[in-house]
Write a protein that binds this ligand. Structure first.
Ligand code: NAP
Length: 318
């Protein structure tokens, strides 16, 4: 097993791949805390626009800061990447990593902080000697303008690993990525945290797209509540086959609670569909459908939602 450490000062730079809402949130608070951070932007053109803008602007609780965080694009990276926080959308992750593959140290430590499942296994296959840890956050952030982000809701972030001997790395990382007010904790069962989040997203994300509604409006009619129940039932059946029932025992109540506390929000999947962007459906509902098929467990409603959302039109970008 790879032993990784954050200690040597020369290897301390934290690179952030995916300088969108969540990546910029970490980068901006990290910058304010004096951490050694570099953003990795998509290309030279984006880097030029970023420099013209002067940095990331973070808006939080009526305060606004312009943070001139150092940034690179794949062509300009000049030191080996030892520590990498990955905050791309799930479907963007592998392409983005491949663009910087030659700069990633063989034994790099990566933290994958995103929704959806199935990506970490693909990263581990491409970077077999790297330490790849997973995280899940309930912080809420959205883009207001280019390179300008609003920290819209406070949450908590867990990181973890299924490998027991990575506890020391995890504790170091949790501390070094807890830029105030962001708080990270080590979870002893990150698989449970991620599965629960996936299950909730499987309900709220696709249904808000199908009904083109805000999260809270999912609870407005008996027809929508019945759809929630059906997705929940399919995930509970699959969880039972996988021995994960305990992780989602109160799933219907959890979904109702999230839909109520985030009632005014438009889910990220709805925002992506409305902007004609690719969605994270493959890593969310698609992941559940794949497991259901492997384990011969019926999941017709999830399958229907997967097909419906994948058929929606996308905007072609040059
Ligand atoms: N936002 C939230 O409040 C929130 C809360 C909890 C969890 N999450 C999860 O966190 C993850 C990130 O979400 P987000 O809202 O931060 O998404 P986002 O704003 O779309 O950020 C993703 C960023 O990745 C960049 N990217 C994509 N491909 C790249 C490449 N090849 N090279 C460099 N950069 C690349 C994108 O750049 P371009 O703009 O150039 O495409 C974009 O800036 C998702 O899994 C999401 O579900 C988000």
């Amino acid at each position: 097993m790879v032993k990784a450490s954050l200690s040597p000062a020369s290897e301390r730079t934290l690179y952030i791949l995916g300088a969108g809402a969540i990546g910029s949130l970490w980068a901006a608070y990290g910058y304010q805390a004096g951490a050694d951070i570099r953003l990795i932007l998509r290309d030279q053109n984006t880097l030029g626009h970023y420099r013209q803008h002067g940095g990331i602007r973070l808006i939080s609780a009526n305060q606004t800061w312009l943070c001139p965080i150092p940034a690179d694009c794949p062509e300009s990276i000049s030191t080996p990447i030892q520590h990498l926080l990955i905050t791309t959308k799930a479907q963007q992750t592998l392409d983005a990593l491949r663009c910087i593959k030659s700069h990633i140290a063989t034994q790099a430590v990566m933290v994958l902080l995103q929704n959806g499942l199935g990506i970490v296994e693909q990263i581990r296959r491409e970077f077999p000697r790297a330490t790849v840890l997973q995280g899940s956050t309930t912080e809420a952030c959205y883009q207001q303008n280019r390179f300008e982000y609003v920290h819209a809701g406070r949450g908590h972030t867990f990181i973890g690993s299924t490998e027991n001997d990575q506890r020391t790395v995890l504790l170091e990382l949790a501390e070094s990525l807890s830029f105030p007010p962001l708080q990270l904790s080590v979870s002893d069962n990150i698989d449970a945290v991620l599965w629960r989040k996936l299950a909730i997203n499987c309900v709220i994300n696709p249904l808000t797209v199908i009904h083109r509604c805000r999260n809270g409006e999912l609870l407005n009619s008996s027809e929508r509540r019945a759809q929630i129940q059906q997705i929940v039932n399919e995930i509970l059946a699959l969880s039972s086959v996988l021995g994960r029932s305990e992780w989602v025992a109160n799933l219907y109540e959890l979904v109702t609670e999230v839909a109520t506390t985030t009632a005014a929000n438009r889910s990220s999947m709805l925002q992506d569909v409305e902007a004609g962007r690719d969605t994270e459906i493959d890593a969310i509902t698609g992941y559940v459908c794949q497991l259901a098929e492997q384990h011969n467990t019926p999941a017709p409603m999830n399958k229907q939602l997967l097909d419906d959302i994948k058929r929606l039109p996308k905007v072609t970008r040059c």
